[in-house]
Design a protein around this ligand. Structure first.
Ligand code: UTP
Length: 293
């Protein structure tokens, strides 16, 4: 199983309660970091990893993601007529030409595992990626986190790969936590995964973050996964079952993760991007200096 990673799933059907009321009508993945929505950073990362089929698991209330990647006829013809070539290229450049989008609906927000299972008819039996766009991982001009993971999977004979990061011990109950035996500087073989353990029983402080390379077999396991932590069907529980059958690696990616599923994380990401921006970087630095004085 060391095929190329062609399909990437974006579960975007969560309720996004931490960003209400904005998320009443738009998925949180459409919230912008500077001028680009979170989903654009995630899609760019998937394309960088080699994906040509992007599967969005949406809910029936939020159409903005489909509209965003669709052609915007009126806007494009107005920009063309007024000779605004750069803006036109920007509007048309949300997706490379060879990439196609498929939208599937998650009828009810029953959890991340359930959302991933909704993509089964499109993904089938091949290895695929999962990207949670609210975890923005930025590696500058270097390889994106998903590409790093796809390359590791290919080198390791198609092993499943899960992105992990060390978190403060007191926060283990916010994440899936792994117990893993180191294989190299960045990779380790997972022995155990537990969803949101209390700090006193957590096997480590190595937390699963929003990137996965998984075999198609995970769908069969998800089909029989019972609701777990929070009454939701957890992807972590299906991965725990997968461990009994084949090797799954934890991978400490190169890059910085911003947890944009909460307000402070979104502010941090925005600030980091603004400071790095050639047009507003210097002014942002000044602004931050003055507001801390
Ligand atoms: P979160 O745990 O962040 O939940 O989901 P949420 O509903 O999006 O946000 P809050 O906690 O209410 O603020 C992690 C990822 O899984 C997706 C979300 O869209 C997000 O990308 N998800 C979660 C689904 O697609 N469906 C679900 O049923 C649950």
């Amino acid at each position: 199983m060391s095929q190329r990673l062609r399909k990437v799933v974006f579960p975007v059907a969560g309720l996004g309660t931490r960003f209400l009321p904005a998320t009443k009508v738009v998925a949180k993945e459409m919230l912008p970091v500077l001028d680009r929505p979170l989903i654009q950073y995630a899609v760019d990362e998937a394309v960088d990893a080699g994906a040509d089929t992007l599967v969005f698991v949406t809910n029936r209330y939020k159409h903005a993601i489909a509209d965003y990647f669709d052609k915007a006829y009126e806007l494009e013809s107005k920009l063309a007529q007024s000779g605004k070539k750069e803006l036109l290229a920007m509007v048309q450049g949300t997706l490379p030409k060879h990439v196609r989008c498929v939208f599937v609906t998650q009828p009810e927000a029953l959890g991340l595992g359930h959302a991933v299972l909704c993509a089964k008819p499109v993904v089938g039996d091949e290895p695929f990626g999962v990207v949670l766009a609210d975890d923005l991982i930025w590696n500058g001009a270097g390889a994106g986190a998903l590409r790093q993971m796809a390359e590791l999977s290919a080198r390791e004979n198609g092993a499943g790969v899960i992105a992990v990061e060390e978190v403060p011990h007191a926060q283990t109950d916010k994440y899936g936590i792994v117990d893993a035996s180191p294989l190299s500087e960045r990779a380790a073989k997972i022995n155990l995964v537990v969803e949101k353990p209390k700090p006193e029983v957590a096997p480590s402080n190595l937390a699963i973050v929003g990137r996965y390379v998984l075999p198609g077999r995970i769908f069969d396991l998800l089909e029989t996964t019972k609701p777990g932590a929070g009454g939701e069907i957890q992807l972590t529980d299906a991965i725990e079952s997968l461990l009994g059958e084949r090797s799954v690696l934890a991978y400490r990616f190169e890059g910085t993760r911003f947890d944009c599923g909460n307000k402070l994380g979104l502010v941090k990401a925005t600030l980091a991007m603004a400071l790095a921006d050639p047009q507003i970087g210097a002014a942002t630095r000044e602004l931050v200096k003055n507001s801390c004085a």
